[in-house]
Design a protein around this ligand. Structure first.
Ligand code: FUB
Length: 444
């Protein structure tokens, strides 16, 4: 087989295997997602959390490079690889692993990637600096400027371009958030940094500004007590004044200290991208990006977003459907746990301990493909019985699966009693008398 063909097969395989539900990316730790729509495709520029075994960053935020991910259906994410590394930025001190939350924006066919880090040269002042790298494509390669932006000290850059073409930079610096206009070249400030005022007291970071129907939403993570929640203010101009409105997402249910977000509209639906530490429950500096739908009230205010396992998008029926990322469950002991606690990147499995327990996994796309087999990875020590139904726990029966009594995982193939079409919610119902565990299902 020719090398190029083999490479193509490998790429296609890895695309299909990357992420799908929440979290979006399973094979790396990702945080601070800046989502953008470029060329009718969603690109996400996250931070890339790693963990060092020793040294001063072993138990702290630690990032040395950035990847970019993109998706057309929001369920299959393609990793375009490393787009910028601290070792390639002339002004960055690579001993600091401080390539924190970035942003990227397009202007006149060029892509401007903004990122914070620590400068080697402190003669212009101490504190974090913000740099820019420029590319001709959203996937890079991004070429960094020789020096950080003049007059900008802080973290978490965010850029907004208004309908008149004026660009604005927002960033964080402890308890204060700042803003300034950018010059045409997108590389320098056009105005002095100004504090964003009239926001709640205490720690704030990660500003993100977007516009909808003539209103400007200034959104940011805020620590009212111990952990961050996502909040917002609204105004009539990108430079405010902004009136504080309330909460977009409450503090993390898993006690992740940080949250950091972005908000986009894609194909007539608004989405919130954010992060929690799902794949690292014991160390909240190794985070994972997630997405959920966001809705507005008639007066333009934002409805609170509750984090889900299922996330967004239609899951293709012929991919591994991770039913442990379910939308709803029935049964007080239905739960999910890591398949292999020594390697969380392998994901979770669902536990249906009792008869009539079920989970609903919404929006599975069957298109008009003709499926005739259901693959399922399941386990049941005493032997179990599962039914797969459509759009209700007593909806159309698609397949009956018998799992023989065995401590190990079994990959089972089952015929279909009816062939689904279009987009359906799947119900997995335990109809036997014994506990059953399921890792994933897939139609063929
Ligand atoms: O990722 C490092 C820092 O944690 C970001 O800069 C903050 O916004 C917080 O998410």
């Amino acid at each position: 087989m020719k090398k190029a063909t083999l490479l193509l097969i490998l790429i296609v395989f890895s695309i299909a295997e990357i992420g799908a539900q929440n979290p979006l990316i399973m094979d790396e730790f990702t945080a601070d997602p800046s989502a953008r729509v470029f060329n009718n495709r969603v690109y996400v520029y996250p931070s890339h959390d790693i963990r060092l075994d020793s040294g001063r960053f072993a138990n702290w935020f630690c990032m040395e490079d950035y990847h970019v991910y993109s998706s057309e259906n929001l369920t299959q994410w393609e990793d375009h690889g490393v787009i910028l590394s601290q070792y390639d930025v002339p002004w960055v001190d690579p001993s600091t692993y401080s390539m924190w939350a970035p942003d990227c924006i397009e202007k006149d066919g060029k892509y401007y990637f903004y990122f914070p880090s620590t400068a080697k040269d402190k003669s212009e002042g101490r504190g974090r600096r913000i740099g820019v790298a420029v590319a001709d494509s959203p996937e890079g390669p991004f070429i960094p400027q020789e020096k950080p932006m003049e007059g900008v000290f802080g973290i978490d850059p965010n850029v907004f371009i208004d309908t008149d073409g004026q660009a604005y930079l927002y960033w964080g610096g402890g308890e204060t958030l700042y803003m300034a206009k950018l010059k045409e070249n997108m590389l320098e400030l056009a105005t002095e940094p100004k504090q964003v005022v009239d926001l709640p007291a205490k720690f704030k970071e990660g500003p993100y500004l977007f516009e909808r129907q003539g209103k400007y939403y200034f959104t940011f993570p805020h620590v009212p007590e111990t952990t961050e929640r996502l909040v917002y203010a609204m105004g009539d101009s990108p430079m405010g004044p902004f009136e504080f409105k309330g909460v977009i997402m409450k503090e993390s249910p898993v006690e992740c200290w940080t949250n950091h977000h972005s908000i986009i509209e894609y194909r007539d639906q608004w989405y919130l991208f954010y992060h929690h530490n799902d794949l690292s429950p014991d160390f909240d500096k190794n985070r994972s990006i997630k997405a959920d739908s966001l809705f507005f009230n008639a007066d333009g205010t934002i409805q609170e977003v509750v984090p889900t396992l299922r996330g967004v998008g239609i899951t293709p029926a012929d991919t591994k459907i991770q039913v442990d990322r379910y939308s709803e469950s029935r049964g007080s002991r239905v739960n999910y746990e890591f398949v292999d606690s020594s390697d969380p990147h392998k994901g979770w499995r669902i536990m249906l301990p009792e008869k009539n327990n079920w989970v609903r996994y919404n929006k599975v796309g069957f298109d008009d493909k003709s499926f005739d087999n259901l693959k399922i990875k399941a386990q049941s020590s005493q032997g179990g019985q599962i039914e797969i139904r459509l759009n209700g726990a007593d909806g159309t029966l698609v397949s009956e699966v018998a799992i023989s009594g065995n401590e190990g995982w079994q990959s089972l193939n089952n015929g279909l009693l009816s062939v689904p079409e279009g987009v359906n919610d799947l119900y997995l119902v335990n109809v036997g008398d014994n506990p059953v565990a399921i890792d994933w299902i897939q139609f063929e």
